[in-house]
Design a protein around this ligand. Structure first.
Ligand SMILES: *Cc1c(COP(=O)(O)O)cnc(C)c1O
Length: 360
């Protein structure tokens, strides 16, 4: 068996020990005589898995008791509509901060459900930095303020938590959830597709403060109504059971590694190796302002884009895949989530050095 270093932005690399355990338990989970995939979501076995996954996630992130954890479907793109349907209120408005491609998608979608104000935007600067909070134009009457905490494509990340006063802060954390400790109590709602840092695709985690439930627009489908899902323990419809199980194994694994503080140190050490090389190189470059650089997604360019294909081919030959940048920005991107070992970064940087020596 050969495993590659998979730099995919998502679905992304998972911890090997989690995959092994899932393989071991595939045919017969804990003597139940069935695979988790075959279990009734209302049976005692799966109810136990579900509760344990939620418990581990709560413990890892320090989620306060007045927040519900919902396991939903539809991905973060689905949530771009589900959030305003549930929170914006009839005739209401919301503030959005535009920091790149994923914020833009959230903004576009929200406009179907209410008034959207762009409180700040990094667009004029080509999204290489996060607008400072002093430049934000927040509306104290807004139903919520929306941010994308890590722009998976542009590679900018908030390393601070915005202060939105009484207005609930909503964050799309798809690509940096579980990568470091955060203070959940500073947020009204957090949502994340699982397939970057938490597990397989198909599961969307929503962490929502109690008082934000119960205000959904009448058009909201029942399965996407947070209150309905909260009242039914995320089982109003059949939840993505297998994805919840794997996310539970990932949470347990992260706990065993020392929790989110340890993940942050690990992620910072990895990112430093790559950014330090990028900054020293005359051939490769990263455009993002230092203080806003993502620890999860590192876009970079070659001096001569005519050599992009050769670079990718050479990487593939060395067992490093999915380094091609998003089509909207070109170049390269290394996604280095929790499960990417530092050996993967060292192998990448070693290859980049060799490539630079040959082609620079
Ligand atoms: C990947 C990603 C999404 C899209 O998630 P889907 O599961 O495809 O809906 C949205 N926002 C961010 C920040 C992402 O990284």
């Amino acid at each position: 068996m050969t495993r590659v270093f998979n730099f995919s932005p998502g679905p992304a690399t998972l911890p090997e020990s989690v995959l092994r355990q899932a393989a071991d338990e595939m045919m017969d989970w804990h003597g139940s005589g069935m695979s988790v995939m075959e279990m009734s979501h209302r049976g005692k076995e799966f109810m136990g898995i579900h509760a344990e996954t939620e418990g581990n996630l709560r413990e890892l992130m320090g989620i306060p008791g007045n927040y519900k954890v919902l396991f939903m479907q539809g991905g973060a793109i689905g949530e771009n509509a589900i959030v305003p349907m549930n929170l914006i209120r009839s005739g209401g408005s919301a503030d959005y901060v535009n920091t790149g491609e994923w914020s833009k998608k959230s903004i576009k979608e929200a406009k179907s459900y209410g008034k959207v104000n762009i409180a700040a935007s990094g667009e004029a600067g080509n999204f290489v930095s996060i607008p400072k909070q002093s430049q934000w134009k927040l509306d104290p009457k807004a139903s919520y303020v929306h941010i994308c905490s890590n722009e998976t494509i542009g590679g900018v990340e908030y390393h601070w938590t915005p202060d939105t006063g009484e207005v609930p802060l909503v964050a799309d954390m798809s690509s940096n959830i579980l990568s470091r400790p955060i203070d959940v109590s500073r947020y009204g709602l957090i949502y994340a597709g699982a397939q970057k840092n938490m597990g397989p695709s198909g599961l969307t985690v929503v962490i929502v403060r109690d008082d934000l439930l119960g205000h959904a627009l009448p058009i909201t489908p029942s399965a996407f109504n947070y209150q309905t899902q909260a009242e039914n323990d995320s089982m109003y419809n059949t939840p993505p059971t297998y994805a919840i199980y794997i996310a539970g194994l990932v949470c347990k694994h992260v706990k065993e590694r020392g929790g989110l503080k340890a993940m942050e140190e690990h992620n910072r050490a990895k990112a430093d190796v790559l950014y330090d090389y990028l900054d020293a190189s005359a051939f490769f470059s990263n455009p993002v302002a230092r203080e806003d650089r993502s620890l999860m997604n590192v876009p970079f360019k070659l001096k001569d884009e005519g050599q992009d294909d050769a670079f990718l081919k050479g990487a593939q030959a060395r067992g490093m895949i999915q380094l091609k940048g998003h089509r909207s920005v070109g170049g390269m991107r290394a996604s280095i989530y929790n499960a990417m070992p530092i050996e993967g970064i060292r192998a990448l940087v070693q290859y980049m050095k060799e490539f630079e020596a040959q082609h620079g």
